[in-house]
Design a protein around this ligand. Sequence first.
Ligand code: NAP
Length: 312
Amino acid sequence: MTHSHEKIIIIGAGAAGYTAAIYAARANLSPVILAGLQPGGQLTITTDVENYPGFSDVIQGPWLMQEMQKQAENVGARVVYDIATSINASSSPMQITLDGGDVLTADSIVIATGAQARWLGLESEAIFNGRGVSACATCDGFFYKERDVVVIGGGNTAVEEALYLSNLCRSVTLIHRRDTLRAEQILQERIFKQPNISVEWNYTVTEILGNDDGVNAVSLKSTKNDDEKKISTHGVFVAIGHDPATKPFKNILELDDEGYIKVKSGTTLTSKSGIFAAGDCVDKVYRQAVTAAGMGCMAALDAEKYLASIDD
Ligand code: NAP
C-alpha cells in the first residue's frame, strides 16, 4: 500500500482534469491526476471534433485527449491509473482512498469526474454510436446539415437540441414518451413556433435502423396503444439526461437534486474548503470540452490561491 502526500490531487482525466493539471503543474504544484475508469473522459467516445478552438482541420476526440495528457505530463503532472473510491475531508490533510487500496493525502483536491449521457440501452444504439447516433447536438449537429434528424426526450436538453438542430437540418422530429414536455415553457413555445420541428407524442424508440452508410430510420412504439411505426432519419440525438459521476462525494459536498456538485457562483469553490470542482460534474447547461477546460483552469487557479492562503 502506498501513502504519498501531494499539494494537489485532481480526480478525473477529461478536459477539465487535464487543464487543471496543466495550470497546477506550471504553478509548481506537482499535481497528481487520478485517471479513473475512462481516462480521457467523454471525448474518448467521440470521433470528429470541429469545435475545439485552435485546430482548423477536424481532429479526433481520443487524439485531443492524448495530447492534453501529454501536455500535462510534459509540464510536470503525474497520471495515476486508479479510481478514487472515497475522500475523508475531515482529516487533516484530506485523505483519498483508491480502489487499489492505496491512500493518498492532499492539501487540495480538484474534482473533475464528469458526467455520462444516459442512453436508451438498445443494441442498435450502441452499434450506430458515432455513426448516426449522438448525445450532443452542439458537437455533431453540423454533420447533419440539410438532413432529417430525430431528438429523443422531453426535457430542456432535448428541446434545446431540437432548436439548435432546426437551424442546421432540413427537419427535426422530437420523440417523447408522454404527451407533455418537461422543458421550460419558454423553450416549448419556441419549438412549437419552429416550422421544421414536429413532435411524435407518446412514442418510444424501439430500434435504430441503418446499414454500412449509417442510420436511415427509427422504429417507434406507442406508449398508449399497440401502434408501431417507422420514420426515416439520418441522425438520432439521444437527450434523455446525464448522470454526473459524483457518488463518492455525496456525503462530503453539497450536491443539487440531480447530483451535480454545487459551487460558489463564478468560482470552482465547493461547500468544503480546499476542494474545488470543474467540468461536467458541476455544469449541466453548457457541457462542452472547451467550457470544461475553462473551468479546469479556474479550479487550478482557485486551488493555487487556497494553497498560498494556508501557507500564510
Ligand atoms: P431531464 O430534465 O431529466 O429530462 C429527461 C427527458 O428524457 C424527460 O423528458 C424524460 O421523460 C425523458 N426520458 C428519460 N429516460 C427516458 C427513456 N429511457 N426513454 C425515453 N425518454 C426518456 O434531463 P435534461 O433535459 O438533460 O435536463 C437535466 C437538467 O439540466 C435539468 O435540471 C434541466 O433543467 C437542466 N438543463 C438546463 C438547461 C438550461 O438552463 N438552459 C439546459 C439543459 C438542461 P419524462 O418527461 O417522461 O420523464
